[in-house]
Write a protein that binds this ligand. Structure first.
Ligand SMILES: O=C(O)CCC(=O)C(=O)O
Length: 225
């Protein structure tokens, strides 16, 4: 995690990026080729074991307004909103995407939270990815496929303006450094949007309960879920 505190993306990636006014963020529009995105969307919709999480809010159980699934290194887990999510083994297609992200960002990921927004009514509320499992200055690399959706960021100070960016299919949105400590983000409802969007938020969780038998060279398994 110490290395994440000093992380900065390589120049090659910065040169491929588009401007966005939030510090320590980078949008790379054409990170995944069109045909690869289309194939991944088909595989994800058909094969992933999508779950609808339930949270307790103001004493009531509520269903998350989206579906999700987690993959990663064996034993990796991630705790947020009071729920611990265990990684399922990387499916081949997601492992390949994780390797592409790691190579381009020069950063190691061991976990991905995948969100399925079935249409524009599905959304994600304001939050920061600042859980203890992520360390003090986490790197989060999100690959989007399918329908374009707005990603909104705002500084934590009251009254700060919103900064909106559209994440197109095949894009990579990278956050590091102060972007979680100083900003919050969300994916707002877009009721006119009828298409599905899937986001792959790659992370590096320190919460890895790894039995002694589990070490493979890259720390994972090649198996479809
Ligand atoms: O779907 C997205 O682009 C955002 C995902 C996100 O913020 C998260 O998983 O914490």
């Amino acid at each position: 995690m110490e290395t994440e505190a000093r992380y900065a993306p390589p120049d090659t990636l910065v040169r491929a990026g588009a401007d966005f006014p939030v510090p320590d963020t980078l949008l790379v529009p054409d990170f995944v080729a069109w045909d690869a995105s289309a194939g991944l969307l088909r595989t994800a919709l058909a094969d992933f074991d999508w779950q609808q999480e339930r949270f307790v809010m103001f004493g009531r159980q509520v269903a998350a307004p989206r579906l999700s699934v987690c993959f990663g290194e064996r034993g990796a887990a991630y705790r947020y909103s009071g729920v611990e999510r265990q990684a399922q083994p990387w499916p081949d297609a997601v492992r390949a995407l994780a390797e592409q992200v790691s190579a381009a960002t020069q950063w190691r990921t061991n976990f991905v939270l995948v969100n399925l927004y079935r249409a524009g009514h599905d959304h994600l509320g304001w939050h920061s990815d600042d859980e203890r499992d992520m360390g003090p200055a986490p790197v989060v690399a999100t690959v989007s496929i399918g329908a374009p959706r707005t990603f909104r960021m705002s500084a934590r100070q009251k009254g700060s303006p919103n900064h909106d960016v559209t994440l197109p299919s095949g894009s990579l949105f990278l956050m590091w450094g102060r972007s979680q400590r100083d900003y919050r983000h969300c994916v707002p409802r877009r009721l006119r949007e009828k298409g599905e969007r899937i986001s792959f938020s790659f992370r590096n969780t320190a919460n890895v309960k790894c039995p002694s038998s589990c070490h493979s060279p890259r720390g994972g398994e090649s198996k479809k879920p």
